[in-house]
Design a protein around this ligand. Structure first.
Ligand code: SAH
Ligand code: SF4
Ligand code: F3S
Length: 517
């Protein structure tokens, strides 16, 4: 910071308390009028729905602006993450940007100079958690006006959320959207020197910015984005609005990233996208997820996973490549959402129960040992008891070994939110309980099959419950706990399963006599 900036900063510090008081007394329209640059545009879900024909530009020239370098010297940051794997990976990118600015990670909020809430909008309870946390941060800001509080991630893309923060939480310093992550350094600077809340949310999809810095969580497993956005517009889902249109990264950029991770010693990569099976559809040449996987299987990295698959776009080419095995693991997460073709139709999933079962048959034929897991929503508008029973029977028929199950939550701006949310909460809860009981039962019996078997475990670290115990995952994504030396962390080791529990396996290390593992 130069002398002029230091002066400005101290003036701002003095002004902040007065400013907060003034802001609290205004309503949001007044706030927008008085405190925002004329360029400020609230996010707009209708605009976000529009898909532009324009090609996506890919940028390889990102760098930290010269005047920002070092602004984080002797300062600390903390990012809280509320969403899916993509959201977690975005946190790694923001951590990378902040580290390049000179910031160090903070242990907790009390020692942080910058706190970012990387939010999720998928269900109402995800949003409530964030509003709760914003409330908790207020006393910290009052104590330390220099603290910068930022809200980013999917909730920032919603107009109602931005307005609520403006109105009820004016002490928040900045709000930025999912397409603006690379703008973090500039937005942070603006927030430091501006008396007003800095809001930058682009409703329409951004370009692809290739060379953003990342600080990955851990050095064993890594996330790799292969595409951004979603064009499926399932009627209940907010993601196509918060993440923009489908944009695929170029295969060579993905392959280069995976190669680098392999060279750095990572043992596992998970390829990420909201609908990875649509990978390549927007590229100018014929290329799909199967083709990408064919390339990635040649890279010397022990484990490759991908998530999330949409059944509609899961093609034969992908099945053929996955069946070759090697580092491509035969665990497939294939969200079905409902077992009733009628419900699937009004969810706009674009497949029927029969289509789904046919896809499962093909996958099993090619990969007889594949583990299938899924996502299910209960209590969708008008879901009858019979339709829910169809979900129960599908659960059994496919033999899913695990499932993430959710009560339907209306999301403003989506088509389903205009329909009456007419299933009473007790009925939704009862359906969820019954479904979860079945999921637990199926998980347990899948686990029991492993008793006495030797499995390969990628050791991730100490178990959360007992530091004496190590834990890690098998190729089919089963959590295994066993006692062994911590020197095995980061390695793939053989473990004999001694006991199956509902959600995990206990085992014993098998003495390694050869280099097979
Ligand atoms: N792209 C992935 C899912 C992303 S969201 C896919 O299509 O499979 C993760 C899960 O959250 C979804 O699979 C769905 O089961 C659930 N979900 C999404 N919107 C929801 C809503 N409005 N209410 C309840 N659950 C929802
Ligand atoms: Fe949402 Fe459907 Fe896209 Fe998944 S495929 S992110 S559920 S719209
Ligand atoms: Fe949530 Fe956004 Fe992911 S809504 S599930 S963080 S894409």
């Amino acid at each position: 910071m130069n002398e002029k900036q230091r002066k400005e900063s101290s003036q701002i510090k003095q002004d902040t308390h007065a400013n907060l008081d003034r802001l609290k007394k205004m309503d949001s329209d007044e706030l927008i009028g008085k405190y925002f640059q004329s360029t400020y545009q609230p996010p707009n879900l209708k605009k976000a729905k529009k898909r532009l024909k324009k090609d996506v530009d890919i940028h390889y020239d990102f760098s930290i602006p010269e005047d920002m370098k070092g602004i984080g010297k002797d300062k600390k940051f903390l990012i809280r993450t509320y969403g899916c794997q993509m959201n977690e990976h975005d946190t790694e990118v923001m951590a990378g940007l902040l580290t390049d600015l000179g910031y160090q990670p903070a242990e907790d909020t009390s020692e942080a100079d910058v706190i970012l809430l990387n939010t999720c909008a998928i269900r109402e309870n995800a949003e409530n958690k964030v509003f709760g946390e914003i409330g908790h941060l207020k006393p910290l800001k009052m104590e330390n006006p220099d603290l910068i509080i930022g809200v980013c991630g999917c909730m920032s893309q919603e107009e109602s959320v931005v307005n609520r923060i403006l109105k009820k939480h004016p002490f928040v310093d900045m709000i930025f959207g999912t397409h603006n992550i690379h703008r973090l350094p500039s937005l942070l600077k603006e927030a430091m020197f501006s008396k007003a809340m800095v809001v930058e949310v682009w409703s329409k999809e951004g370009d692809i910015i290739e060379n953003l810095p990342k600080v990955r969580k851990g050095n064993i497993k890594a996330w790799v984005n292969i595409m951004y956005g979603c064009d499926k517009f399932c009627t209940y889902c907010i993601v196509p609005y918060t993440r923009g249109k489908e944009r695929s990264r170029l295969p060579e950029d993905i392959i280069q990233e995976v190669r680098q991770l392999a060279a750095q010693g990572y043992q596992e990569v998970t390829l990420l996208g909201q609908n990875v099976n649509a990978y390549g559809k927007d590229l100018e040449f014929e290329y799909g997820l199967g083709d990408l996987m064919e390339e990635i299987r040649k890279i010397d990295i022990p484990r490759v996973r991908f998530t999330t698959s949409h059944p509609r776009d899961f093609d034969d080419r992908l099945i053929e490549v996955l069946a070759k095995g090697g580092n491509l693991l035969d665990h497939i997460h294939l969200p079905v959402q409902s077992g009733s073709s009628d419900v699937l139709r009004i969810m706009a999933r674009r497949y029927t129960r029969e289509d789904y079962l046919e896809l499962v048959r093909k996958i099993r034929e090619a990969m007889p040992n594949a583990t299938l897991t899924t996502d299910i929503i209960v209590g969708f508008p008008n879901e009858t008891d019979e339709q829910f029973e169809e979900t129960m029977t599908l659960m059994k028929e496919v033999g899913f070994e695990a499932a993430y199950t959710f009560i339907y939550s209306p999301r403003e701006g989506t088509p389903a939110a205009r329909w009456e949310d007419n299933i009473p909460m007790e009925v939704k809860k009862e359906r969820l309980q019954r479904l979860n009981a079945l999921v637990n039962e199926q998980s347990k019996s899948a686990m029991e099959k492993y008793e006495g078997q030797v499995v390969k475990v990628l050791v991730e670290g100490e178990s959360k419950k007992d530091p004496e115990v190590l834990s890690g995952y098998t190729e089919r994504n089963k959590l295994v706990n066993f006692k062994a030396s911590k020197s095995l962390i980061g390695k793939i080791v053989p473990v004999k399963i001694t006991k199956a529990k509902t959600w995990s396996l206990d085992g014993e290390l098998v003495e390694m006599t050869s280099g097979v593992y």
